[in-house]
Ligand binder design. Structure first.
Ligand code: ANZ
Ligand code: ZN
Length: 798
């Protein structure tokens, strides 16, 4: 499976082609090897560009989508991609999104979909809430506008409930290492403890991974959104400043808050103090926006000597820096730094974050930091002040957008009953016609204006109710599409369990690195959920994709990004028109290692063209054209025997190379070995045997299918080349380029020589008789007979 595209108006990008062609080659080879291959294609067609176009032109996105998919499909067909078009799916088709909605209902029923007021990332230009992942450098990923914050009721999916399994189950799958690492980092599991600090009547639990540094804690910090602040506002004497600070931090996006190089700001809560539970010391409490509410407990114990962020903050607000970890001897430079630090010398700007021996830590002084973590935790736990905590950086997934072109969320809000799911029998909830596609000024979906669609009877009590007008995000339809491919027309179920059992999991999934923490993670989550509730048979296992690979992007000539503004976009249509699909296919594969980013180079196309022209000419010399019959040279004259044996041997190596290279996505080296073979063939034009000729066409065909079929037919071979059996190479022909020839006297081994595989009798005799050991036996004697077994032995009878 290759990632299905978003069918944009621009048509197929040359970069799309790389992934499609590569995996098409894999699919074609697997078919020829006798596998039942499912190589599907579809359209991930909900999304902003079509919608923005609708806003501008008033043309229904469905019409534009239709036009674009027709174009994409034409382009893909032109490339000779062997997709199974009977399984084509489209996420915007109501028969498809019925099941996307159905999945949402199941999530809701299991308590994994909930509504929550969220300070969401808000793009003022697109008028859309953005997922964190869609904010790049504080800007909207799509339009580049500066992202702000806005409070909104949003549907959320509890992906966090699956965090642990999303990490653990990575051990079952064959993904590139860096993909596994970035998924793990994204999920961000952190094991530590929660320690309770008292502040008057109140308790402030903090989350820390370093309880060993507790004696060095010189203040507490709460996130500005911490609910306790509102609760104790009467005790805070400078509440006015606090309020101001809270307002200011609301405007900041998270990236800004946690950025390492931005100056850390905060305000002390005057009028209350916290108590360090380990030594009873009174310490100040701050609010600061470098502490985030939705991570850990939303509050931290600050240890400036050993945490850089705290150190920066403490320096700015003149807070105590108490060193409690002394680096062990092996960390020389760190020792220097931290001893300076404790003495408060100027110019030191680093906390020591490593391990070491505890100092200034009461009865724990002298203990190693790793051990101290256990000891201190144990001690506090006994007093009920600490418990183990596991936290994840991963957040629940904001699953709604206030837009038009998406799957309507199948929920109804009743004044009496609250949120009520639409009965399954009423699915799909189709998108109604609207006059205008633009969201309202308040940022609500244009669906809010379609009154006869919005106003419904409550499915539960029959009273007046309103439909949810938010739609699902772009990623909704791609969470489960691999399942639908197995059974695309099923109208009773998302897919039949039998077919899922037969096809799933996806054996091989190729797609872009940019989807590692988005689509790949989301779809693993939804798959696991569907597996849990039995939609996917247990036998299939807990992961949707067995193997994941990624292709590198294709850059413009000279290595810069391809873009309209640079005028360096390569249109596959033009290349197909001028050179034909096979040359484009060969060239794209020859360009460079599949997994690496690589610049386009139009000159290279000529090389691919030359190669096919050469093979064409050579083929014509091999094929014999007679009156009404075309056929291939059956046998060759005795005088060409050696040459054709040589070619056969080289071909075995080529078959081996191409077979292995396809399996490991090394298409560029596969193509170059095909080219090398053609050079050897050209040196011995009329020496390729019929069966070898056939085998060469077979291994060429995944790369250049049209060309290979054409030659196949001209040669009069049966059926079609792409249905032929993938050739096996003869290992012994590859290995035995040199052989050990045994030299015998009267049938007994007397010596050995290493020589060419195809050494002839005369030559073997000459060499054999010249050997010292043999001379001993033949000296003065008459050679009666010489027996020669090619490739194995020569025997002198004396
Ligand atoms: C005291 C301490 C001392 C810490 C020290 C670190 C070093 P990871 O590993 O990323 O999970 N922390 C906890 N909750 C936070 C929040 N809501 N916002 C910002 N920072 C928070 O990091 C865990 C550490 O991040 C915790 O351990 C806490 O600082 C901070 F020498 O506690 B530590
Ligand atoms: Zn009701």
């Amino acid at each position: 499976m290759v990632e299905f595209p978003y069918p944009s108006g621009k048509g197929l990008h040359i970069g799309h082609c790389r992934s499609y062609i590569g995996l098409d080659i894999v699919a074609r080879k697997k078919r020829m090897e006798g596998f039942n291959v499912l190589f599907p294609m579809g359209w991930d067609a909900f999304g902003l560009p079509t919608e923005n176009y609708a806003v501008k032109t008033g043309i229904h996105p469905a019409i534009v989508t239709k036009k674009n998919t027709v174009n994409f499909k034409r382009q893909q067909k032109n490339l000779g991609l062997s997709f199974d078009w009977s399984r084509e799916i489209n996420t915007t088709d109501p028969d498809y999104y019925k099941w996307t909605q159905w999945i949402f209902l199941q999530l809701f029923k299991k308590g994994l979909a909930y509504k929550s007021k969220m300070p969401i990332n808000w793009c003022p230009s697109c008028k859309i809430g953005l997922a964190n992942e869609e904010v790049v450098d504080g800007k909207c990923e799509r339009c580049g506008a500066e992202v702000t914050k806005k409070e909104k009721e949003q549907w959320m999916l509890k992906i966090t409930k699956y965090a642990e399994r999303l990490i653990d189950d990575l051990s079952y799958v064959d993904y590139p290492r860096r993909v596994k690492i970035s998924q793990k980092e994204w999920i961000g599991k952190s094991e530590g403890i929660e320690i309770e600090f008292k502040a008057g009547e109140n308790k402030i639990p903090v989350f820390t991974t370093r309880p060993d540094t507790l004696f060095g804690c010189s203040y507490l910090v709460m996130a500005p959104e911490h609910p306790l602040i509102e609760k104790i506002k009467n005790q805070i004497v400078n509440y006015k400043f606090i309020e101001e600070y809270i307002e200011k931090s609301k405007k900041k996006v998270e990236r800004e808050r946690i950025s390492e190089d931005k100056e850390k700001t905060g305000v002390e809560l005057k009028g209350i103090k916290a108590i360090n539970p380990v030594n009873g010391r009174e310490i100040p409490i701050f609010i600061a926006d470098y502490v985030l509410m939705h991570y850990g407990t939303g509050a931290i114990m600050a240890v400036p000597a050993h945490d850089q962020r705290d150190f920066d903050f403490a320096k700015r607000y003149n807070l105590a820096v108490i060193k409690v970890i002394k680096p062990t001897e092996t960390t020389e430079t760190a020792t220097e730094n931290s001893s300076q630090l404790i003495e408060g010398k100027a110019g030191v700007s680093q906390a020591y974050e490593g391990e070491g021996i505890l100092i200034n830590s009461g009865r724990f002084t002298g203990i190693k930091s790793e051990r101290a973590r256990e000891k201190i935790t144990e001690r506090l736990s006994k007093r009920g002040l600490a418990k183990r905590g596991v936290y994840y950086k991963l957040r629940d997934w904001v699953f709604s957008r206030q837009r038009y072109w998406g799957e309507p969320i199948p929920m109804v809000k009743c004044k009496k009953c609250g949120w009520v799911p639409v009965p399954e029998k009423d699915l799909p909830i189709k998108l109604p016609k609207v006059k205008e596609y633009k969201p309202t000024e308040e940022g609500e979906s244009p669906l809010t204006k379609v009154e006869n669609w919005v106003n419904v009877k409550c499915p539960k009590c029959g009273g007046p109710a309103k439909r949810e007008t938010d739609v699902m995000p772009n990623w909704a339809g791609s969470n489960w599409y691999y399942l639908r491919y197995c059974d695309p027309q099923n109208d009773k179920k998302l897919a039949s369990p039998e077919l899922l059992k037969y096809w799933m999991p996806v054996d091989w999934y190729n797609g872009g690195m940019e989807h590692t923490t988005l689509h790949l993670l989301y779809s693993r989550f939804i798959y696991k959920f569907l597996w849990d509730i039995g939609v996917v048979p247990k036998l299939v296992g807990p992961e949707p994709y067995r193997k994941r690979t990624s292709h590198g992007v294709i850059l413009g000539e000279g290595g810069i990004k391809m873009s309209k503004s640079k005028g360096n976009i390569i249109n596959p249509d033009e290349i197909v028109r001028e050179y034909g699909a096979d040359i484009l296919r060969l060239y794209e594969m020859f360009l460079g290692p599949f997994k690496q980013a690589i610049p386009w180079n139009t000159k290279g196309l000529k090389g691919a063209k030359k190669f096919l022209e050469k093979v064409w000419k050579l083929a014509d010399k091999t094929i014999v054209f007679q009156k009404n019959r075309i056929h291939c040279r059956e046998s060759l004259g005795e005088e060409k025997k050696k040459e054709s044996q040589d070619l056969k041997r080289i071909l075995q190596k080529t078959i081996k190379k191409v077979s292995e290279n396809i399996d490991s996505l090394k298409f560029n080296t596969a193509v170059s070995s095909l080219m090398e073979f053609s050079n050897d063939w050209a040196r011995n034009e009329d020496s390729l045997k019929k069966e070898d000729f056939k085998n060469f066409l077979k291994i060429l065909s995944p790369f250049a299918p049209h060309f290979s079929e054409e030659v196949w037919i001209r040669a009069g071979f049966k059926s079609i080349c792409s249905k032929a059996k993938w050739p096996k190479y003869e290992q012994k022909l590859i290995e035995r380029e040199t052989i050990i020839l045994i030299v015998q006297i009267n049938g007994r081994i007397r010596d050995k020589i290493e020589t060419r595989t195809d050494i002839a009798k005369e030559e073997a005799e000459k060499i054999g008789l010249s050997l010292e050991k043999i001379k001993k036996w033949t000296d003065g004697k008459k050679i009666k007979r010489t027996i020669f077994v090619p490739g194995r032995l020569i025997n002198f009878v004396v």
